[in-house]
Ligand binder design. Structure first.
Ligand SMILES: *Cc1c(COP(=O)(O)O)cnc(C)c1O
Length: 487
């Protein structure tokens, strides 16, 4: 038995075409017209090697040793696939049909058209990023966003790479060498291993935990204050909620204690919204201005969560403290890039002008249940009567996501798609996910659920319809061929 197999394998290997043979073949003419020769040679080598291994491992049919021509065609197809992959971007556009507005895995906030225009208008050329055009001398990149931020917040502000960097920088400047007091109920992990206690340790400050997981009182903070205390830290528990027997001092109590002891009160707001989401019935996301007005000394928040802008970390508050943060050498290491400044300034300008619906995150969140229902009805209708699956409109919930307002949703209408015939919902989901553009959707109870709240009205809806048809067609073709999809 073993001898027979080995013989068959050797037979297969003997028929393996050489790299040179493939390079001189017909297919190579097309490859070389598009791709550099070195890349073509590299991919041919890799494809031949892949085939050699498959034969040696007995993964291929060896009963009737394949002929060189057949093997060659197969390897050529693999070379074509590999070359195409080289020109296909890894970071691609995805249609988010999950209804999670700030999907961390899908890049959080989509940018507004004004933000995109600002990037397009500046990034391809030179800019006055650090040049004062009025005075004709070196300027600072901060000025581009800080003016509009100060207008919105009524306090000085600076921008860094993201909110994690913002917290790190603030703790390093204000807490290094001493203790930072935090409630045990706020020692959170944001996701991807970002934990408040770890960032605190790396910042050079020491954590002084107070209270318990579910209850912390203002007296706990007071009792913990000593010689070594540098600041009081409050962290917005953005991605979870502790319910039941709980207590947390009010912001006013903490501000009063900070004033009394002369310690700065720093608040990590997480999402930090500049729009009042409470008007949409979402109670857990207080506006940044509310914290500053209450007397918090320094707030930090993200640019690409509810604010709806680019990845950035914003630090705002008391002038002397923001000045110190700005002068910390780590500010340079954590600075935001020019694309972020361009997009952030444009996004913030829409806030100043109250053009809420210009900002995709706000537009999606503000869309009413009736509007979404209307879109879903029109979408279902446009799928046509020959659409090869069962479509039903059902009530559901969209969420803000991105670690905000846990447990609170926005009413929506979902398109529930049940496959007909032999297809499984998993196959449709996979087809959509691996398509171009890729579509990410929810699956529940053997149905595919699409929430149009997070699908951009217009172009993306049309693309989604085409993608659905393609996914259903592909599965039928796959089923017809005995499900013989090779890879
Ligand atoms: C999201 C979040 C962070 C991290 O912000 P990034 O901008 O992702 O770095 C920190 N703290 C809280 C409370 C958050 O919700």
């Amino acid at each position: 038995m073993a001898l027979v197999d080995r013989g068959a394998q050797h037979g297969g290997l003997r028929h393996l075409p050489s790299v040179d043979r493939l390079l001189g073949g017909e297919a190579a003419v097309g490859w070389l017209a598009v791709y550099p020769r070195a890349l073509v040679v590299e991919e041919i080598r890799a494809a031949v090697e892949q085939m050699r291994r498959a034969i040696a491992a007995g993964e291929r049919e060896n009963g009737h040793p394949p002929q060189t021509a057949a093997l060659e065609a197969e390897i050529a197809a693999e070379v074509s696939r590999r070359l195409e992959r080289q020109s296909r971007a890894s970071l691609r556009r995805v249609i988010n049909a999950t209804g999670v507005i700030l999907h961390t895995n899908l890049g959080r906030a989509p940018l507004s058209s004004n933000a995109l225009e600002a990037i397009a208008a500046t990034a391809g050329g030179y800019t006055n990023l650090e040049y004062d055009l009025e005075a004709g001398r070196r300027g600072k990149r901060d000025v581009h966003a800080s003016a509009v931020l100060e207008k919105l917040l009524g306090a000085p502000a600076v921008v860094v790479n993201n909110n994690a960097a913002a917290i790190f920088l603030v703790l390093n400047e204000l807490g290094a060498g001493g203790e930072v007091i935090v409630s045990r109920g706020e020692l959170i992990e944001i996701g991807d291993g970002f934990r408040i206690p770890d960032i605190l340790g790396k910042s050079g400050s020491r954590l002084h935990e107070v209270g318990t997981t579910n209850r912390t009182r203002i007296e706990d903070y007071r009792a913990a204050i000593g010689e070594e205390t540098r600041l009081l830290l409050r962290v917005h528990p953005s991605n979870f909620r502790i319910v039941g027997f709980t207590a947390r001092p009010s912001l006013e109590e903490l501000v009063a204690l900070a004033r009394e002891t002369g310690l700065p009160l720093v608040e990590d707001l997480g999402s930090g919204c500049l729009y009042d989401f409470r008007s949409l019935g979402l109670a857990d996301e207080p506006p940044v201005t509310a914290s500053l007005a209450a007397g918090v000394d320094v707030v930090t928040f993200s640019g690409d969560k509810l604010l709806g802008g680019p990845q950035a970390g914003l630090i705002a508050g008391r002038e002397d403290l923001i000045g110190r943060v700005r002068r910390n050498p780590l500010f340079r290491a954590l600075r935001a890039d020019k694309l972020a400044y361009a997009a952030l300034e444009a996004t913030l300008r829409d806030y100043v002008l109250e053009r809420w619906d210009q900002i995709p995150v706000l537009r999606m969140a503000r869309q009413t249940a009736e509007e979404i229902r209307g879109r879903a009805e029109r979408f279902a209708e446009a799928l046509g009567s020959d659409f090869p699956a069962q479509v039903e409109l059902i009530a559901g919930e969209s969420v803000l996501g991105g670690g905000s307002t846990p447990g609170q949703g926005l009413p929506t209408t979902l398109l529930a798609i049940a496959p007909a015939g032999e297809m499984t919902v998993g196959q449709i989901e996979e087809g959509l996910r691996r398509g171009d553009p890729a579509v990410v959707a929810r699956v529940e109870d053997e149905r595919l659920l699409l929430d149009l709240r997070t699908v951009l009205a217009g172009t993306e809806e049309e693309q989604l319809r085409l993608a659905l048809r393609a996914a259903l067609r592909a599965q039928r073709a796959g089923a017809g061929a005995g499900g013989a999809a090779a890879r």
